[in-house]
Design a protein around this ligand. Structure first.
Ligand SMILES: C[S@@+](CC[C@H](N)C(=O)[O-])C[C@H]1O[C@@H](n2cnc3c(N)ncnc32)[C@H](O)[C@@H]1O
Length: 240
């Protein structure tokens, strides 16, 4: 659906700043998602916010992360073979992960896609499937469920884990407790919306900000250390 309509997308949305065009499609980075920013970038985007327009290829994928964060996802995913993302939405970050990871690896994408008003149509899920198809070559395993359910029966080792699902502090801590034991030595966990930065959107009350502070800034987790912080993204590595 998306690949057939890329030129249509360009015509519909016009020239938008902070959009990345690739051979596979277009991604629009944050900050786009306040009405003011959407209008500033393109008045037409305001009318095209619904994921059905991404699925139809009439606008770029709305990533919920910044361009700098996208770059960090690409760098940290590069060459990794077993990658897990919790919280997919339209698939902007999943596209980065699949693009950069090993082509013979496996990308596990976990999201219940439960917020669609028309469950049968579920255009968010369709938009995500359509976007991810266009990037990279690794095998993709979709797990349409909450992360707390997906962990049941999980046994594989993980090279990169991206936590961007339920943003309540307790949920982030639960994802960490459930999933981090499966991360390999020298493997990494990336937390999104987990850092306050100048001009950024998180504030100190954000669940991921509080969880990351508790786990890594106040000495909660041994055997792990922060290796990079980019905008709202915090990357921690398991020591070998
Ligand atoms: C912030 S968005 C993800 C954005 C995406 N990673 C990106 O950068 O473009 C959060 C997503 O997490 C999903 N979600 C919410 N609770 C979840 C849970 N417990 N497990 C997995 N996914 C969850 C929501 O359905 C939503 O699509």
């Amino acid at each position: 659906m998306r690949q057939a309509s890329d030129s249509a997308a360009a015509q519909v949305v016009g020239n938008i700043p902070d959009t990345q065009s690739t051979d596979s499609g277009e991604i629009l980075f944050r900050p786009f998602d306040t009405p003011e920013n959407a209008v500033r970038q393109s008045p037409r985007l305001r009318r095209l916010r619904h994921p059905v327009f991404s699925w139809l290829g009439l606008r770029p994928v709305f990533a919920q992360h910044s361009r700098a964060e996208h770059g960090a996802l690409l760098r940290w995913a590069s060459g990794r073979r077993s990658v897990v993302e919790i919280g997919v939405a339209e698939g902007g970050s999943a596209c980065a992960l699949r693009e950069a990871m090993s082509h013979d690896g496996v990308l596990y994408l976990i999201d219940p896609f439960h917020l669609s008003r028309i469950r049968l149509l579920n255009s968010l899920r369709r938009a995500a499937h359509s976007a991810v198809k266009g990037f990279g070559k690794s095998r993709v395993v979709w797990i349409e469920d909450f992360s707390r359910n997906a962990i049941r029966g999980w046994f594989g080792q993980i090279d990169l884990l991206f936590i961007d699902g339920d943003h309540a502090e307790s949920a982030v801590l639960q994802d960490w407790a459930d999933w981090s034991p499966f991360v390999a030595p020298n493997g990494v966990v990336l937390f999104h919306d987990a850092r306050v930065f100048a001009g950024g959107w998180p504030d100190p009350s954000y669940g991921p900000v509080r969880a990351v502070s508790q786990l890594f800034r106040e000495g909660g987790s041994t055997g792990w250390h922060i290796v990079e912080e980019v905008d709202s993204l915090v990357v921690v590595e398991r020591k070998a």
